[in-house]
Design a protein around this ligand. Sequence first.
Ligand code: ADP
Ligand code: F6P
Length: 321
Amino acid sequence: MKRIAVMTSGGDAPGMNAAIRAVVRTALEYNIEVYGIRQAYQGLLSSDISLLTSRDVSGILQRGGTILQTARNEEFKTPLGQKKALRSLNEKGIEGVIVIGGDGSLRGAIALSRLGVPVVGVPASIDNDIWGTNMSIGVDTSLNVILDALDRLRDTATSHNRGFIIEVMGRNCGYLALMGAILGGAEVVITPDQCPSMEDVAQQLSDAYTRGKTHAIAVIAEGAPYRTTELMSYLNQHQVGFEMRLTILGHIQRGGVPTAFDRLLATRLGMNAVERMLNNETGIMVGLDGRDIVPVPLEDVTSRMREIGQDYYRMAHMLSR
Ligand code: ADP
Ligand code: F6P
């Protein structure tokens, strides 16, 4: 193998740049050329692909976002789109692709793999919804952003005897909401997996008021079965004791400087992905299992659902009293 390519795809995640840097510098160490595909599968279709040097990845380790940019692209899901992608790779003489991205991006990686392209996936998504890795790149940074927001909101909530509903991004996965609730000391947590009725939420907030709390925080995952605004108007109509306010964190959770954990994870995964590709281990994602970076078949990654341990829900409820 003489020439590989790397892309970042799906929602950007802090640490993607650290992973690109690790891929490029590891490959160069083995005398392999690395091409950067700009804007993910979209750039693959339009052949927006260019050589990356060691200098191109200087000074990016600590930067959020992705220097290769990212995009979502529907055409790549079609047989014709995939044919165009194969043609672009052949034109450039690219023999393998490293896909850094979330579960959708890894489905795209499988499509490439089924066309005979050697592919290694690197899990990167703030949602932490990818099966086969304990943590994905970006999760730790995003969680720290959530905690910073929760701490700030508690300061103002306490000063005014208020309750806050905080909506946390995370697509259909409740991981960030649940961990945010546990580590930010929230009174209520609402996720797609465990969703108390609005009546129960009102009761829990009202109990917190009766117990003498000076604030109450309910963290709701964006993928929860009811909308945050519906919950807010329900609570306003049912007098829980606290005057309620609403904050939606949204894309703030995706930006910023990657934490030490994310930089290390991204660096290890990027390096491991290249070494496995050179060792002909392809059609896989590299994931974190305990302290080890391990290969996981892409077929398993994209056909299984990652579950959040029930014990975390118990912890959230027990410690919110
Ligand atoms: P993420 O990777 O963050 O989960 P998406 O789900 O939006 O983000 O997926 C990113 C891109 O991956 C999509 O825009 C599309 O180009 C590609 N993709 C997603 N699912 C498939 C699929 N089933 N087949 C081929 N490509 C896919
Ligand atoms: O997958 C990452 C993510 O940030 C999800 O948490 C969220 O639902 C989605 O992407 C938002 O996508 P967009 O950036 O297209 O608004």
